[in-house]
Design a protein around this ligand. Structure first.
Ligand code: URA
Length: 353
């Protein structure tokens, strides 16, 4: 068949050129065209990234100041420590809530498929009799599908956003959700997701960072050396995980090598902690370590500036839970001289009942 040679060659991109070469039409089609007679190029639609994880996170962004955090993860407007706080210790309001920025980064990294740019080959005419526009406008051979691993399938399977799924869950349902969670990559390396353990009803909620090796093996929080010290500290103020205290972590799965959790992992996991707080309604929250304190309070402030006073965590139903920051037991094991300060923190927490 003879293809009529066009008077004016259309504008093609390099991929189209390769394709035309492959189908033997390059010479016929790519004669230079006058600059003012080029075929119009279809506009590209903007790439949109639907947000998958709508987490109720109170995690910190690099510049986010301390703020009250409510149970849905939104930092509240003001921070009103119970104890006297020097004004300089209360940073100004954040231009953007830490929660929002972390959730956004989580969405970007774990979100559902990105919408493809609008195809160049829309059903416009090729302008070439006998040549379908779909051939003329193709940008290359169809991509070959790459088979996914089972883990990738699990992580990428369509799922309900964690923040949605937890909304009406009771504690048992929440535990099941955590155990089956695939909201971030940490699920791939874990032996057990560690939901938390302790007394219900709960007087104190103790929040650590993330499971370590022993916790990952056993599926319970604070069961290693840090846990023994924690139990001793709690016993010193008459508290026990069997009768008074529920213990959990910001992150429910062990980060490899005990590295710090990433913002997207915090964003994925935080709705579980927020729902735990809403369900357990503890009288007091004791936050252990810089990481957990900064995450829950949405701040970059040092632990030295956060401990020694009572913060407030605002819940969805409007109640306010006193929150006390102290050192992580693992740090106290390395720096025993700081135990005296941790003791002060425990007494401060006890006084708030
Ligand atoms: N460290 C934590 O922060 N949490 C645990 O559960 C154990 C060690």
């Amino acid at each position: 068949m003879t293809v009529p040679t066009p008077a004016v060659a259309p504008r093609v991109n390099p991929l189209q050129r390769i394709w035309l070469r492959e189908i033997g039409m390059e010479r016929l089609w790519l004669r230079p065209a006058p600059a003012d007679a080029r075929a119009p190029v279809a506009p590209q639609a903007p790439v949109s990234k639907p947000v998958l994880l709508d987490s109720g996170v109170a995690a910190r962004a690099p510049d986010a100041p301390a703020a009250h955090v409510n149970v849905s993860g939104q930092p509240a407007a003001v921070q009103a420590p119970v104890a006297a706080v020097p004004p300089a210790a209360v940073p100004p309001a954040a231009p953007m809530p830490a929660a929002a920025s972390v959730a956004a980064s989580a969405a970007a990294s774990t979100a559902a498929p990105v919408a493809a740019p609008a195809a160049v080959a829309t059903e416009r005419s090729s302008g070439r009799p006998g040549i379908p526009a779909s051939i003329l406008n193709r940008t290359g051979p169809p991509p070959r599908p790459v088979p996914k691993t089972a883990e990738e399938e699990a992580v990428e399977a369509p799922r309900i956003p964690v923040a949605e799924a937890v909304k009406n869950a009771n504690l048992d349902e929440l535990r099941e959700q955590v155990v089956a969670c695939t909201a971030c990559g940490l699920c791939q390396g874990r032996r057990h997701a560690v939901f938390g353990h302790g007394a219900t009803p709960t007087r104190w909620l103790v929040v650590g960072e993330a499971p370590g090796e022993q916790e990952d093996r056993q599926g319970h929080p604070f069961v290693g050396r840090s846990g023994q010290l924690l139990d001793a500290m709690l016993a010193a103020v008459g508290m026990s995980r069997d009768t008074d205290v529920f213990i959990t972590n910001v992150i429910k799965c062990r980060p490899p090598g005990n590295r710090n959790p990433k913002p997207e992992e915090i964003a994925a996991c935080s709705p579980y902690l927020m729902r735990q707080i809403a369900l357990l309604k503890p009288e007091r929250i004791l936050v252990l370590g810089r990481f957990a304190a900064q995450t829950l309070l949405g701040t970059d402030a040092t632990i030295g500036s956060l401990r020694g006073r009572v913060h407030t965590l605002k819940t969805e139903d409007g109640s306010q839970i006193p929150l006390i920051v102290s050192y992580h037991p693992a740090y106290l094991l390395r720096s025993p001289s700081e135990k005296a300060r941790a003791w002060q923190d425990l007494k401060l927490a006890s006084r708030q009942i």
